[in-house]
Design a protein around this ligand. Structure first.
Ligand code: PMV
Length: 348
């Protein structure tokens, strides 16, 4: 039996996709497989305190606090999430939940907190399930946490574990699934084990088009089928690249994926642009720097204007000097976040 009250806290990282998830079917089933680096320093910390209600409710009873203050505007998203997962955690309506969340990265920095936020919340709720079923095996715990996180925000299912997580049925990985992320099962070259990601905060404003709308526009997109096939072939290419440590190949796949994601936005109906002028200036500066140095830095983009600069840890001194001198002035208030590949969520 679940105790009358209790508390659970998790810290869950953000992730950055190398092969992008863009387009989905019913129930957050991805239209194509994706793979991401789990990050380390960009994370959400969430505590769920639960207390048994006198009577089981039909509606969820919960409060949400963000960085210490009640945040009513986030409640509908959590309400939707709880409704979607109710069938998998039926005991939830017997409890009043207080959900307290905070991010390690600046609020409204343009860094999506849905992946880290939804996975941290899913993990706290899985702790409640574990109170009910103490014999739950760690693999099942992580798998179900990822499954639940997916129902909050698709990419959140890739934030439970690390350092590389694959989501979506893909012929190259036997245990891959559309329902949850799985840690990449093959040995990867040492260079990818401590890869760095410096996140350049180009635009901190609200996105003009949400990911949900963007995914929806892939339904009648003229290039959808080719794009979904391309994601599979880029995963095939990455499989060899991860094994051999082929950095040139890595750069090609990762930058092409980022530009293809935005090309899908440019060619949707209606079309839209999430990059800003400085996004393009930064990309051009990265290409110029790569041409004139021996560096293996590359860029990737999420559904926004910010640029993730990816590079091997051993090139950190050189690349960070370039970022500080040439790229930081193109960021809002000169802001960037130094991050690197991480191992996944931590129970606090
Ligand atoms: O998880 P969502 O629905 O916010 O979609 C995120 C999609 C991208 O960040 C653009 C790509 C990805 O795979 O993370």
């Amino acid at each position: 039996n679940l105790p009358a009250s209790g508390k659970s806290s998790w810290r869950s990282p953000s992730n950055i996709a190398l092969v992008k998830y863009w387009g989905k079917r019913e129930n957050q089933i991805p239209a194509n497989p994706s793979i991401s680096f789990t990050l380390n320093s960009c994370f959400t910390t969430t505590t769920v305190s639960y207390e048994k209600l006198k009577e089981k409710q039909h509606q969820f009873s919960f409060d949400f606090l963000f960085e210490g203050s009640p945040k009513e505007e986030f409640k509908p998203k959590i309400q939707t999430f709880l409704t979607r997962i109710q069938a998998y955690l039926p005991f939830l309506t017997e409890y009043h939940l207080v959900i307290e969340s905070s991010n390690s990265f600046p609020h409204s920095s343009g860094i999506a907190s849905s992946a880290s936020g939804m996975s941290a919340l899913a993990l706290c709720l899985m702790d409640m399930e574990k109170e009910l079923n103490p014999t739950i095996h760690l693999d099942f715990f992580n798998q179900k946490a990822s499954f639940l996180a997916r129902l909050g925000s698709g990419s959140a299912c890739r934030s439970v574990e690390g350092p590389l997580v694959q989501w979506g049925s893909y012929r190259g990985i036997e245990n891959s699934s559309d329902l949850y992320g799985v840690p990449y099962p093959y040995i990867t070259h040492a260079v990818f084990q401590d890869f760095c990601d410096t996140v350049l905060l180009v635009d901190k404003g609200e996105k003009t088009v949400s990911s949900t709308v963007g995914h929806g526009l892939m339904h009648h997109h003229p290039f959808a089928e080719q794009r979904f096939q391309q994601a599979h072939s880029n995963l095939d290419k990455l499989k060899t690249i991860f094994e051999t440590g082929d950095l040139e190949g890595f750069i090609q796949v990762v930058e092409s994926e980022a530009l293809t994601l935005h090309a899908m936005m440019l060619t949707s109906s209606p079309y839209f642009i999430l990059m800003k002028p400085n996004t393009l200036t930064i990309i051009n500066k990265i290409w110029a720097f790569r041409g004139e140095s021996n560096s293996h830095l590359c860029f990737t983009l999420d559904a926004g204007a910010n640029v993730h600069v990816l590079y091997p840890a051993e090139e950190k001194t050189v690349v960070l000097k370039f970022i500080k001198e040439e790229l930081a002035p193109l960021c809002q208030n000169g802001q960037f976040i130094e991050d690197q590949v991480g191992t996944g969520a931590i129970k606090l």
